[in-house]
Design a protein around this ligand. Structure first.
Ligand SMILES: Cc1ncc(COP(=O)(O)O)c(C=O)c1O
Ligand SMILES: [Zn+2]
Length: 518
């Protein structure tokens, strides 16, 4: 019989061991026990923690040596600590309820335990999370997903965490908007925008990857989290670490836009602004990760972090009515997002949630940092690193870790990878804003500009259902468009001043207004 630790207080009624779970819990996951050792090394299984409305307390149902015990716990912090300890007893990874089986080298297939590692010891290939798809097929249906939270955590069985309490800050389930006005302007028929410019909490898709990485970081016992960032990742890591009560130190290049820097500092992390480009920041961070034992979301936690981007595939499939699109266009920095949208679609097919069909994958880079587009264009099987020089700083990675995998996907899906120059990027930011009312950052401008280029070149068929991924918010990169959008008319508070200004506005273009006196 469980000895209740003193801090749990009087836990209340233990059962007689004959409790029938199905009477109490109507939960699709009800057969999943989470084996653990904790609480004086007694082996027990946390079944489920849930709220009892009338008792205003939570019950934690456990199974100990084949006996059922019910613990009533009023203090949420105690419950959380207990559930965490149960799920993650020794910071090890074996877990009977986990749907993932460990890590696997993408190159040589060597398998590893699901620890904070990211590179294969044998061949230096990147490690990726592997899942038990038979098990996923058994436990996941469209209905179980739809009954889940309105966030990325509705896809929890497809994500590499064991926690029943993942860090949920409302990330995900962003709008999939049918973009008819933009489609008409471009000359295509069915265009959708997946709008992560309004993702929560920091207005970029990075909130997805960070929610997953920090949940896993907590499970692995990290108390300080960190990242090498081009801006958005630092925003997300700082914000979600603040929410989770984790210490945070982020590294960014020193020349980032004000919005990205302020949007990190506000959450109170330590911010290291490094004289150098992203690739130099990343190298420094690899050294810090080795020496400080911190959880770097995109270095030693990268296998878990990158899985978060699969939710951009899952959501689009679900929002299209459990169907895959014909063609997607997404931005490329390291290439990770692109490869994980692909993995997300494939997993939904594998588990039987959507029908299989060919989906073309096209990628977007800025000309001033386009090593992946170059490898694609030159038909190379390697990436030649470049020194970035573009206004699209968030996707300015000169030595992209997953670049070659992105090239491979574009090739095998009959897609393309294109680059566009900075003027085209600014024009595309304006085009998206003026046709669809969506203000995106430079990465989104790059993606829309590439979409336009592909349509004009006949590389997107007007009849294809095309989804374009907008991954960040324009309020964070205002420097990029200043001087390109005109100024407001400044007028005296008089009717005739307004009338004269209005007349001018009708006869002159917006950029000409500021050059004339009204
Ligand atoms: C807004 C935005 N979009 C896209 C990307 C590309 O991400 P990935 O490195 O996964 O290719 C980034 C990366 O930082 C980003 O900030
Ligand atoms: Zn390997």
């Amino acid at each position: 019989m469980l000895q209740s630790p003193p801090e749990l207080g009087d836990l209340g009624g233990g059962s007689d061991g004959n409790l029938d779970f199905s009477d109490i819990l109507l939960d699709p996951l009800k057969n999943k026990f989470q084996e653990s050792k904790c609480l004086n090394n007694l082996k027990f299984f946390v079944y489920k923690a849930f709220l009892i409305p009338d008792k205003k307390s939570r019950v934690c149902l456990t199974l100990i040596s084949a006996r059922v015990t019910i613990l009533f716990i009023n203090d949420e912090r105690v419950l959380n600590a207990m559930t965490q300890a149960a799920i993650n007893p020794t910071h090890s990874t074996a877990h009977s309820a986990a749907t993932f089986t460990g890590l696997k080298c993408k190159e040589c297939g060597t398998e590893y335990e699901a620890k904070a590692i990211h590179v294969c010891e044998l061949c230096f290939g990147p490690l990726e999370v592997a899942y038990d798809y038979d098990r996923l097929r058994q436990i996941v249906t469209r209905e179980t997903i739809q009954a889940g939270p309105n966030s990325i955590w509705r896809y929890r069985p497809f994500l590499p965490v064991t926690s029943q309490n993942p860090i949920d800050v409302g990330t995900g389930m962003t709008p999939l908007v049918q973009a008819n006005r933009l489609a008409r302007q471009l000359g295509i028929k069915r265009l959708f925008i997946k709008n992560d410019a309004v993702n929560m909490p920091t207005l970029s898709f990075k909130d997805r990857v960070v929610s997953v990485a920090l949940t896993r970081a907590r499970e692995l016992g990290f108390t300080t989290v960190s990242c090498a960032s081009t801006g958005n990742l630092a925003n997300s890591t700082a914000a979600i670490a603040a929410h989770a009560g984790l210490d945070c130190c982020v590294f960014i290049p020193s020349d980032l836009e004000t919005g990205k820097v302020v949007g990190t500092l506000i959450y109170g992390p330590t911010v290291m602004a490094v004289h150098g480009n992203y690739d130099q920041v990343n190298r420094l961070c690899s050294e810090v990760a080795n020496s400080h034992g911190w959880g770097f979301v995109n270095i030693n936690l990268r296998p878990y972090y990158s899985e978060g981007s699969k939710t951009l595939g899952f959501e689009v499939a679900e929002q299209l009515g459990w169907q895959l699109p014909d063609h997607i266009v997404a931005p490329l920095a390291s290439g990770s997002l692109f490869t994980k949208i692909y993995k997300g679609f494939q997993e939904f097919v594998k588990v039987g949630l959507v029908d299989d069909k060919p989906v073309r994958f096209s990628g977007a880079q800025a000309e001033g940092c386009s090593p992946i587009a170059k490898a694609f264009r030159d038909n190379q099987d390697f990436i030649t690193p470049v020194k970035p020089n573009t206004i699209a700083k968030s996707i300015a990675i000169g030595n992209p870790a997953d670049g070659i995998y992105a090239v491979d996907i574009a090739r095998k899906t009959n897609g393309n990878i294109e680059s566009v120059n900075d003027t085209e990027i600014v024009d595309a930011i304006k085009l998206l804003a003026e046709t669809e009312g969506i203000f995106t950052e430079t990465a989104g401008g790059t993606t829309i500009a590439v979409l336009k280029k592909l349509v004009e070149a006949g590389k997107i068929n007007p009849d294809e259902t095309t989804v374009v991924y907008i991954t960040g918010n324009g309020l964070k990169t205002q420097e990029a468009i200043q001087g390109s959008i005109g100024e407001p008319f400044t007028i005296e508070p008089k009717l005739d001043a307004f009338e004269r200004a209005l007349e001018r506005s009708r006869t002159l273009g917006r950029l000409e207004w500021q050059q004339v006196m009204v």
